[in-house]
Design a protein around this ligand. Structure first.
Ligand SMILES: Nc1ncnc2c1ncn2[C@@H]1O[C@H](COP(=O)(O)OP(=O)(O)OP(=O)(O)O)[C@@H](O)[C@H]1O
Length: 255
């Protein structure tokens, strides 16, 4: 990677003893519910599952961090908590500056609206003013390469087109902290390369990056730091290369 600005000391992101639980089952059989009622509603009918357990993570200005781990280890939940779409049950989360990213591709998109309106809608959700969007609109569309489809309703887009527009909007919001969740896999190879170049450019400009990916080669191109998660806990924090080595070793042991 070229021109990488060394990380400053300022903390931009801090998760402190974060725990997140999900309810696995809301309902049981009628018989189970009756027994529960007869017994005076003792106990809990729903099973709970801890997706994050006592997770603490501090990220400094300009760091590029990869969150790694097996399926279900809590990576996406961590990103959702950082982005604010989900709240932790216990613990605290603090972020300084504008956070943007691709967590659920086009989550803010409205299917019945054309791409053009969705650019305005999504960019506004990500914190841009109308004037800012007006100024960057052409660049956003050019980056997405969707051309005349900008005036087509996004329900007619292919998943790749959808991703392109969502990514184009996100990178043009000029975020301080950029979050990317395994979405690059959706785009075709040339667009993927373009996205990676754009992400590297953001990092070289000193922006902070948190990436979730199973592509261990890709994360080593983009990230300097690697955090490995296992069952909702952090089990390794070091350089990205070390984290990839740790994960591979761990997976070999588990196989
Ligand atoms: N809204 C939800 N309701 C119930 N369980 C959930 C919810 N979101 C996540 N989980 C569970 O929490 C656990 C962690 O999920 P998460 O998506 O954070 O894992 P991940 O490490 O990103 O996995 P993957 O690599 O498969 O994307 C999983 O077992 C998942 O089933």
């Amino acid at each position: 990677m070229t021109d990488r600005t060394p990380p400053g000391q300022e903390v931009v992101l801090r998760l402190d003893h974060v725990t997140k639980e999900f309810v696995l089952r809301h309902t049981r059989s009628l018989k189970e519910a009756l027994v529960w009622l007869v017994k005076g509603r003792k106990g809990d009918l729903s099973a709970k599952f801890k997706a994050l357990e006592d997770l603490s993570l501090t990220v400094h200005d300009g760091e590029s961090v990869a969150l790694l781990g097996l399926n279900g280890s809590g990576k996406s939940t961590t990103l959702k908590i950082i982005s604010g779409v989900m709240r932790p049950d216990t613990g605290t989360i603090g972020v300084r500056g504008r956070v943007a990213g691709l967590i659920e591709v086009g989550a803010g998109f409205h299917l019945d609206l054309p791409g053009r309106d969705n650019v305005y809608l999504n960019a506004a959700i990500l914190g841009m003013t109308k004037e800012e969007i007006d100024a960057k609109f052409d660049d956003i569309v050019a980056f997405s390469e969707i051309g005349d489809f900008i005036d087509t309703e996004v329900k007619f887009y292919s998943s790749g087109m959808y991703l392109r527009l969502a990514f184009a909007v996100a990178v043009h919001t000029d975020p301080d902290v950029f979050l990317v969740d395994e979405i690059l896999a959706v785009g075709d190879e040339p667009f993927q390369r373009k996205c990676i170049a754009r992400i590297q450019e953001l990092v070289s400009r000193g922006k902070t990056l948190v990436v979730v990916s199973h592509d261990l080669e890709l994360v080593q191109q983009i990230c300097e730091r690697g955090v490995v998660m296992e069952k909702g806990r952090m089990v390794f924090d070091g350089t990205c290369a070390e984290a990839v080595g740790f994960l591979r070793e761990r997976n070999r042991g588990a196989a």
